[in-house]
Design a protein around this ligand. Structure first.
Ligand code: SF4
Ligand code: SF4
Length: 210
């Protein structure tokens, strides 16, 4: 089944790359910029987790140890968070982030591949979901109307860029659509924050570690 998921992942990655290319005037993503890999929840479906776990197993011993140590640390932080403020969502730095670079780049999940683009949910009013880093002077900041929390047509006109700023139908809920996965012959399975998969798989990870 994972082979079928890989086919889908290749197909969707090509589409997402084309969107990035179309929007390149607004994109500041570069190696070492990793704000989007920090202080978030990182939803992962079961099949995405299985793939990233393969990536973990492939890492060289030194990097793998660093990632496993970070996983342990985040699990402890989560336990503390649950005791102190259980009503609030737990946000954490992704344990795969080593020296501000993704250590499992080719195995990363779908949500990670869309970081930085504007997305929308098709059944809403198609309101663009502007990346948080626009408010930090990064992607789309040149056309952001911060006060109105939207993209400014006036600012776009001033840029003289050829391509308009666009939001794409690649919200996570769309990417893991069941009909699409059935067409490719696989199932995404349950979805939960990446760190919760590690809590569930802790015994297996410990076995592979020692
Ligand atoms: S898997 Fe890689 S790209 Fe995704 S959040 Fe973690 S470090 Fe970032
Ligand atoms: S999405 Fe934003 S925070 Fe993430 S790499 Fe791109 S510019 Fe940096």
């Amino acid at each position: 089944m994972i082979q079928n998921y890989l086919l889908y992942l290749g197909y969707m990655t090509n589409k997402i790359q084309a969107f990035f290319e179309n929007q390149k005037d607004y994109i500041c993503c570069r190696k070492g910029c990793a704000k989007c890999c920090k202080k978030a929840q990182f939803p992962y479906s079961e099949i995405e987790f299985k793939l990233i776990y393969e990536g973990l197993k492939e890492l060289d011993a030194n990097i793998q140890k660093q990632v496993l140590d970070k996983i342990d640390k985040v699990i402890i932080e989560k336990q503390k968070h649950n005791e102190e403020s259980p009503q609030e969502k737990f946000r954490y730095d992704c344990p795969f982030l080593i020296n501000d670079e993704c250590s499992v780049y080719y195995y990363r999940g779908l949500i990670c591949r869309t970081f930085g683009l504007m997305t929308f949910v098709p059944d809403s009013a198609k309101t663009p979901n502007i990346p948080f880093c626009a408010y930090e002077g990064l992607n789309y900041s040149s056309v952001l109307d911060e006060a109105k929390n939207n993209i400014s047509e006036e600012k776009f006109a001033q840029t003289r860029f050829k391509n308009e700023p666009m939001a794409y139908n690649i919200d996570y809920s769309t990417l893991i659509n069941e009909e699409i996965s059935q067409g490719f012959g696989f199932k995404f399975g349950e979805v939960k924050p990446l760190i919760e998969w590690f809590i569930q798989w802790k015994d297996e990870i410990i076995t592979s570690r020692y």
